[in-house]
Design a protein around this ligand. Structure first.
Ligand SMILES: *Cc1c(COP(=O)(O)O)cnc(C)c1O
Length: 390
């Protein structure tokens, strides 16, 4: 791009027309509904911790919203992923296929389960796992024995596949699920970023055996910290609740635990915040769709690639993203915008470029590398102008 600085200025002007003057964060939470009231009620009732009715209520709200049969709240999204992998039967020494374009939590969770990550490439259109890359990887490296998948190079079992819906853009999940079904691999969707994103009329996270959500402070809605496992499987849901709540056998006064469980329960205080945030979610999504429309129209006009939900899908537009022409341009824009007080961020450094995952098997990651050098996230919060005075 020849007139880069002039172009950068125009982008900054656009973000200021949406978000106003002063520092503009990438994504900040909004509490303009019943949040304070529900928190006060919680404190007044003394049920702030591991017992209380808000957890069940929040789980029911998430199940109803996503259309999943069951929802199990957890202390954060990473914990939800960890437990989901264990429930999928992932054991120490197994392999899990995932994408190198993701937030570190995806890989950390599978490391906690003792599994080795294997990375396949993403699609440039979705930023999520590419079923084409997955198909090629399975054909070249995977063999089936007694209904299970094994990596021909390492001899290890491939127990699960964790695709991720990047920035809320749905990946080609139906094709991924079909490929994994044929190979005997369990799919767990990392839907941490995609609450409110759909493939057709079906919510992301309802295609795999299980999916996990996150309610960290920067997500579409927040519980301060929190996560959720969603599934249609009755037995998995019961086991998820058991494993995340210290595996205690219900009893009026005795402490009996039948497994080494986890203290991954979401506190009632956080769930209360979640219940209030769920009341606002449809509104937040409509406002974010409007912000995305403004970004999209602007970048179309200026011939800059803006990441839209692929045909037949709906994104929550958690984080808006553009694709610049080169690493040099990306770096120049990051420098310029952040110096102007407009927070922008590059996409995550590829997992394979981090010390812990640098030796993991991968397929070359052509699109992942290309995107890593070019993708930038723009401010994406609900604008101040849309916040209701409380
Ligand atoms: C936010 C996020 C998670 C979960 O993060 P927590 O902070 O543990 O809730 C997992 N995967 C991805 C891709 C995320 O963006």
């Amino acid at each position: 791009m020849t007139d880069s600085v002039e172009m950068f200025e125009t982008i900054i002007d656009l973000t200021r027309s949406i978000y106003g003057d002063g520092f503009i964060p990438l994504h900040r939470p909004v509490f303009d509904g019943n949040e304070k009231q529900y928190l006060i009620d919680c404190i007044d009732s003394n049920f702030v911790s591991s017992v209380g009715k808000r957890v069940t209520e929040f789980e029911q709200k998430i199940a109803a919203f996503t259309g999943a049969k069951h929802a199990v709240a957890t202390v954060n999204g990473t914990a939800a992923l960890h437990v989901s992998l264990l429930l999928a039967g992932v054991e120490r020494g197994d392999e899990v296929i995932s994408q190198a374009v993701t937030f570190i939590a995806t890989c950390n969770a599978l490391s906690y389960a003792g599994a080795h990550a294997v990375f396949v490439d993403v699609d440039r259109e979705t930023l999520g796992m590419s079923p084409d890359a997955l198909r090629r990887f399975l054909a070249a490296h995977v063999t089936r024995r007694s209904g299970q998948a094994f990596n021909k190079r390492t001899g290890r079992r491939i127990a699960a596949c964790v695709p991720m819906h990047t920035f809320g853009l749905p990946c080609r999940i139906e094709e991924i699920v079909a490929l994994c079904r044929d190979s005997g691999i369990t799919v767990i969707e990392d839907a941490a970023e995609s609450l409110g994103s759909y493939v057709g009329r079906r919510h992301t996270g309802t295609f795999g055996k299980m999916a996990t959500l996150s309610f960290n402070g920067n997500k579409v809605i927040t519980t301060g910290g929190g996560g959720m496992i969603i599934t249609d499987d009755d037995e998995l849901a019961v086991r998820a609740k058991h494993l995340t709540t210290t595996a205690k056998i219900p009893h009026p006064y005795e402490f009996v635990h039948d497994l080494t469980g986890f203290n991954y329960r979401m506190p009632n205080l956080n769930a209360a915040l979640g219940c209030a945030q769920m009341e606002e979610l449809p509104r937040f999504l409509a406002i974010k769709a409007d912000v995305a429309r403004r970004y999209g129209e602007f970048f179309d006009r200026h011939d800059i690639q803006y990441m839209r939900a692929p045909a037949g899908t709906k994104s929550n537009y958690w984080l808006n993203a553009i694709v610049l022409d080169s690493l040099a341009e990306r770096d120049a824009f990051l420098e310029y915008s952040n110096a102007q007080g407009v927070m922008t961020r590059p996409i995550w450094r590829l997992m394979t470029r981090l010390e812990m995952y640098k030796d993991c098997q991968h397929d070359g990651l052509e699109n992942s590398r290309w995107l890593e050098e070019r993708v930038i996230n723009l401010p994406s919060s609900v604008p101040d102008s849309a916040i209701v005075a409380t």
